[in-house]
Design a protein around this ligand. Structure first.
Ligand code: ATP
Ligand code: MG
Length: 561
């Protein structure tokens, strides 16, 4: 635990300190990637509690994923010690669930209501047809709520009861929202109900990283924060601590044509003159691209551990690269196939996650269903998941009459593997485990300590950082994404550009951008050209990597920002 007291803000720079110690009232922290937004947010909570006598139970921190919530909880534990447990750290969904649990009767729900699983939703939908009111009624009759209702129901409940609004406003006097650029209309309504216009709402984010409009997120809420909340104070952070100078320069150039932040600035805190340029690899095919990734991973891990035996080498940043330092990012899950194959062939351990809901995976849904109906099993959740996986894999090993109800044994085993970290965290509490599955995204089960290369969709990579990042499939049609014969709107292309920016800015020390001249898409092998986003980046920031060994050029001038 860090020492609480005057030293609390010592590990922040001057602007971060201004943000962390800002007086009460609405506060907007606008800052680019890697500028320490999340770090500043945790320090602000710790500072308020340790220095200004704010009670931890008066603080509500809202994050985008369960994984981010856990990380924030850990960081708060480190700063505040055991009292950090009294801070509420939630996603919008888990916050909504808490409000509904506390007011089940008022919301017309049984005390033991739960979230409908896929089969239950499908059954209600089949019976109700298009009729959304009828659909909700059917769920309600069985004591079920739909996932989407976890935020809409609390909003409806609070909108009808001033007393309830006052109760929650009195409880959570300080509200913090990370990744505010991706709130949607209902989440925004909930925030407005929970926080008075002159309340202590602290919103943190980066409009240039708004990438969830396909789920209804609207960056407009971020842009009009100052109009919505009285006398809002705005703090900007401009020093990027995450990325090497060439990586940051490339990222800044890539977002410049569509930046939503007026006068955007991002200055590198890291000025290592030896920092490698951004690697760029032009592959003939998706298979060749995958081979490049596997070969480079092998060289980085094998090669560097070899080199670190050299006593003369004192380069703390790039030596000792392990598999857990490496991420491979891509636009669509379908791209992961050849990359997985190549990494498997090279004997590289991997963990693969997307931003999709956990329960959308057939294997996960089957395990959850089985666990819910198999009550006699005892022991740890982890053991029960393993056993259930075995039972299901055996059951589905032979074709059943009902082909639609069949789950591939491989999907079951992937699900068992994916659910392991979550199961371990839940101890013996199977109900908690089922609740986490109902709410969680695949990326929530990512194990940052696993000795494996992490494969992620770009959407799932938000907020994360890795020493080494590969961004595969930097091609027109994939990034920006476009279906054959379709012309995306300029808003869509801008969002794809932000996604590209998010990808680039996940990298700390080494970044590799690759594209393939041919790729199998929409049922056919198709030609593709590099993404136009690449041409907004100065050629001098790239090192073109051939099929041969990557070179590390010497005596070159870095073009800094
Ligand atoms: P993103 O927009 O990607 O979510 P962020 O602004 O939330 O990024 P953080 O994840 O909080 O950035 O910080 C990025 C990295 O920089 C982290 O490794 C963090 O520990 C480091 N960092 C932030 N501030 C400082 C600082 N003052 N001194 C040293 N390191 C820092
Ligand atoms: Mg962050």
């Amino acid at each position: 635990m860090e020492e609480v007291g005057t030293g609390l803000l010592d590990r922040l720079d001057a602007m971060q300190r201004v943000a962390a110690s800002a007086p009460s009232g609405p506060l907007l922290i606008v800052a680019g990637p890697g500028t320490g937004k999340t770090r500043t947010l945790t320090h602000r909570i710790a500072y308020l509690c340790a220095e200004l006598n704010v009670f931890p139970e008066q603080c509500l921190a809202i994050t985008f994923t369960r994984r981010a919530a856990e990380e924030m909880r850990e960081r708060l534990d480190g700063l505040l010690g055991p009292v950090a447990e009294d801070v509420t750290v939630s996603t919008f969904h888990s916050l909504g669930l808490q409000i509904l649990r506390e007011n089940a009767t008022a919301a017309g729900l049984p005390a033991d209501f739960r979230i409908a699983d896929d089969a239950e939703r499908a059954a209600a939908r089949a019976e109700a047809g298009e009729d959304d009111a009828a659909y909700a009624k059917l769920l309600r009759a069985d004591g079920l709520v739909d996932l989407d209702e976890l935020v809409t129901l609390p909003v409806a409940l609070l909108s009808e009861s001033k007393a309830l609004v006052e109760e929650y406003r009195a409880r959570w006097r300080w509200i913090f929202v990370d990744e505010y650029q991706d709130v949607d209309a209902v989440q925004y309504d909930l925030l407005r109900l929970l926080s008075p216009p002159d309340g202590n709402l602290c919103a943190i984010g980066d409009p240039d990283q708004a990438i969830y409009s396909f789920r209804g997120a609207d960056v407009g809420y971020f842009l009009r924060f100052a109009q919505d909340f009285t006398d809002a104070r705005t703090v900007r952070l401009t020093r990027n601590y995450r990325s090497s100078a060439p990586i940051l320069a490339a990222a800044v150039q890539s977002i410049a044509p569509a930046s939503l932040v007026r006068g955007r600035r991002l200055d590198p805190a890291r000025l290592d003159p030896e920092a490698p340029l951004v690697g760029r690899f032009a592959a003939g095919s998706a298979g060749e691209e995958a081979e490049f990734v596997a070969r480079t991973v092998d060289e980085l891990v094998g090669g560097v551990s070899h080199r670190s035996m050299d006593a003369g080498r004192a380069d703390g940043h790039t030596s000792n690269i392990s598999f857990s330092d490496i991420a491979v990012l891509y636009r669509t899950d379908a791209q992961s196939g050849p990359i997985l194959d190549a990494l498997h062939r090279a004997g590289v351990p991997v963990q693969k996650r997307s931003h999709n809901r956990l329960r959308d995976r057939a294997g996960v849904a089957a395990i959850a269903r089985e666990l819910r109906h198999q009550d006699g099993l005892g022991g740890s959740v982890a053991a029960r998941v393993r056993l259930t996986g075995q039972v299901l894999a055996e059951r589905y090993a032979t074709p059943t009459l009902d082909a639609a109800a069949t789950v591939e044994p491989a999907d079951i085993w992937t699900a068992v593997e994916m659910l392991k970290p979550l199961a371990l965290r839940c101890g013996d509490d199977v109900q908690r485990f089922l609740g986490e599955i109902a709410l969680g995204a695949e990326v929530d089960t990512l194990d940052p300590r696993a000795e494996a290369v992490t494969l992620l969709t770009l959407h799932a990579a938000k907020g994360l950082e890795f020493p080494v990042v590969f961004l595969a499939g930097c091609e027109d049609g994939l990034l920006p994404m476009r279906f054959p014969g379709e012309r995306p709107s300029s808003e869509d292309v801008d969002e794809e550009r932000r996604l590209f920016f998010v990808g680039l800015t996940r990298a700390q020390d080494r970044l590799y951008l690759s594209h393939a001249a041919r790729r199998f898409r929409y049922g056919a092998e198709r030609d593709s050209v590099p993404t136009p986003f690449l041409s907004d980046i100065d050629a001098g920031l790239f090192e073109r990597l051939g099929a041969a060994e990557p070179r590390k050029p010497k005596d070159r001038q870095l073009r800094l920002l």
